[in-house]
Write a protein that binds this ligand. Sequence first.
Ligand SMILES: Cc1ncc(COP(=O)(O)O)c(C=O)c1O
Length: 474
Amino acid sequence: MGADAGSGGPVYDSVLDAVGATPLVQLHRVVPAGGAPVWVKTEWANPGGSVKDRAALNMVLDAERSGALRPGGTIVEGTSGNTGIGLAMVAAARGYRAVFVVPDRTTTEKIALLRAYGAEVVPTPGLVPREDPRHVQRLAARIAADTDGGWLADQYANPANPAAHATGTGPEIWAQTGGRITHLVAGAGTGGTLTGAGSHLRSLGVQVVAADPESSRYGGGDGSPYYVEAVGHYLHPLTDSDDWPAVYDPAVAHRTERVGDGESLRTLRRLAREEGLLVGGSAGLAVAAALRVSAEAGPNGLVVAVLPDSGRIYLSKYFDDDWLTTLGFLDAGPGAAGGGDPLVRDVLEPDAPGLTVAPATATVAELRELLEPCDPLATVPVVAPRRTGETTWSAPDVLGTVSVGALAGLSPGDRIGAHAGPPPVTVGHGEYRAAADARLDAAGVAPHDPVLVLVDGRAVALRAREWLSRPGPR
Ligand SMILES: Cc1ncc(COP(=O)(O)O)c(C=O)c1O
């Protein structure tokens, strides 16, 4: 480390020469006692700020070599951000126009970054089925086809994406650890990093562990929405086929560690506060998995986790206490408004039955049966019609609510989805009850309006807002 310190560091002809050769940094305070050392690959040290600079550069160089991208051409991609930022940087440095289709839940900071490089941004709904013409990849492909000199980078199917990691990231890690690495831990978005670096290191005897959001399809989850961005595989409930990226080879990882959003985000906060590493959500996921692997591997192992990007572009989410608290990831601190009051979870009746939900495709007759005996005041969340096996619902799964009373006058065969009210407002289980009540009051939520209680971003109870105003235990 610090190999260039004597010379003052390298001098490059182009910013693109600075892509790759990122440092490894050892973790200290978060690693379990008796566990293997955990070293992290600091991919935010790439000049565009993420691991995707590697794939972006390699895809463009490959397209130039093959003639698919010609001088004066336009680079087009559907991307949740970092690949776009990498491609935007490469486009600016090499003189191309760039157009990016991004899902609407992409952070405003990431969109601003794309525009700062001079790129054009086309937002599109993120949660639409793959068959929808507005789907990120479909729309990007159409724009590339309709643009003179347009070239679709197509990171999900472009072999130059994993190749960047098979020839860069993987060999770098091997060399930096002097061949002592025993376990590689990485998340998979396109799967480029895991497939490329993983296949190289696996061939050298390294155990490869995929870190995956709990509900992601890659690790066997139900595909429901999660809050850690840019990794895992979400499945829209109306998508017919579950297509995985062509560049992702599931056979490369020896096993998968499935990590819930809560564990990933709490690990992320610890990395910032206890290690001085301000990193993104997928890095929190990778380290959470790496800490499990470390505990298992023991002191003779050496675990390397790939940390894809910096936390700077997530300040308004993962590092915002209000964001975390209202989604149920964090308890309000003693200094927060309402301190001393009971928390929302303290006033939830412990013996209340679990959350009953109704799929939007259920009929009125089916819902009545579900809610038998019918309490006319009962209100239930209406959820996205779903994959099998799901037992909890992420906040975005809840499409609306329906009250039993509102079903009167409907015919038994009517689908309830068409009669549901708007999605309910949400409160986190660790908010101070009075503070949550005041927040909802200020937002104009009426006393009888339904409120969804969240734990780690997932629904656990539905109550009328006035329930928050009732005196509870102290
Ligand atoms: C923050 C972040 N983490 C992880 C990944 C996943 O990397 P890969 O596409 O190589 O699987 C991405 C990809 O865009 C990303 O932006």
